[in-house]
Write a protein that binds this ligand. Structure first.
Ligand SMILES: [Zn+2]
Length: 376
């Protein structure tokens, strides 16, 4: 877990430094590029072309001329005045068919009309200003609080306490909403109380707070903590890790405080509650209506399904990211994906620039000013 956090920190630092290199007051988001480069659907050649342009390593005639080489900066296909990456990817009429095959028509129309700086950046490099900097972050709770507890009123506690013991079956589950922009992953937890006849007597849930990883496993541990605050009952989880940390707590029944487990603090706090009389592992996401299963198995599957639904519904307890923010980011992501296709299918259609024997002199006027140096 520590390794994961350190890696995330390093990534964030790199995002900040590449943002500074791009003269941006913020960091760049590489998440779309990373997911595209990890995709097995793309060839090594496609990925290589995209990486080259993301690092602004492409040499077009206009770039070479700008860097002091005595070459004709015009496009060798259409004769346009400047052979720039933008000309190749968006403008040059000679490759319009290949371009239309990979860039969606609406994306192309936006890029040709009045694209924002970030849309241009995404089209040229596949990266853009990180949208998570401005948007709402996962739920924040006061230090030391595992989950929000406003759902557990004295009335609710009494209602559950008044139930016959056989009805206090707590099914817990965690859920994660995954987004290509990693920092927009959101996790939540759910708990349902299921009677022996399968009826759901009580449902609750909440967001996994910012202090924990936004994973469904974290959601499971939050659900376990919620169950521990209730009157004594049986708890059912589909998470092997939760079941293991409760039932196999190492020597002398002590909590497993291994530094590998980010959740040992939650387990210790849950132990201080009285709600979990026993913990059982159930299999996850199976259909309770399957034929040929026992009534007990169908009941377990039904409880797990209800807890899963409660966890999914509880996504709403996170501060909301606005529709507009999602729409902006989705458009940037589509442009970045189109960029990856265009890098190999459009940009690479030009013949390789041969600079051997070409005269070079120190450029006097740069079209793009030198970038701010990170280490002065
Ligand atoms: Zn051209």
């Amino acid at each position: 877990m520590l390794k994961k956090l350190i890696l995330e920190g390093l990534h964030r630092n790199l995002e900040h430094s590449s943002g500074a290199k791009a003269n941006l007051d913020g960091r760049l988001c590489f998440d779309v590029m990373l997911s595209e480069l990890a995709s097995s659907k793309r060839s090594a050649y496609d990925k290589g072309c995209a990486k080259l342009l993301t690092c602004e390593g492409g040499w077009t005639a206009a770039i070479a001329a700008e860097r002091g080489y005595e070459v004709d900066p015009s496009c060798c296909l259409c004769g346009g005045p400047l052979d720039t990456p933008w000309h190749r990817l968006v403008e040059c009429p000679c490759v319009e068919d290949q371009r239309k095959a990979v860039i969606p028509a609406d994306v192309l129309a936006i890029l040709r009309d009045a694209p924002t700086e970030e849309q241009k950046r995404a089209a040229l490099t596949g990266v853009f200003r990180h949208p998570a900097d401005e948007a709402a972050r996962p739920l924040e709770l006061p230090a030391g609080q595992v989950i929000a507890m406003d759902w557990l009123t004295p009335e609710v506690y009494k209602q559950l306490d008044d139930l016959p013991a056989c009805c206090r079956n707590y099914f817990i589950d965690g859920s994660r909403y995954e987004h290509t922009i990693k920092e927009w992953d959101r996790a939540s937890w759910g708990l349902v109380v299921v009677a022996p006849d399968g009826s759901v007597l009580f449902t609750c849930g909440g967001a996994v707070p910012r202090s924990l990883p936004q994973t469904s496993q974290a959601g499971e541990y939050c659900g376990m903590y919620a169950a521990s605050r209730l009157p004594p009952g049986f708890t059912f989880t589909d998470c092997a890790s939760v079941e293991h940390s409760w039932n196999h707590r190492g020597l002398l029944g002590q909590v497993d405080l291994s530094p590998d487990s980010v959740y040992s603090g939650i387990v210790a706090k849950a132990q201080a509650g009285q709600g979990i009389e026993a913990m059982f592992k159930v299999r996850s996401h199976l259909d309770p209506s399957d034929e040929g299963i026992t009534m007990a198995e169908a009941w377990l599957r039904h409880g797990n399904e209800e807890a899963d639904a409660a966890a999914k519904r509880s996504q709403c307890y996170h501060p909301a990211i606005s529709e507009a923010e999602y729409a902006d980011a989705n458009l940037l992501m589509r442009i970045a994906r189109a960029f990856v296709d265009a890098a190999s299918c459009v940009y690479a259609l030009w013949p390789r620039l041969d600079l051997s024997g070409v005269k070079w002199s120190q450029p006097t006027l740069l079209l793009h000013p030198p970038r701010r140096r990170l280490v002065e």
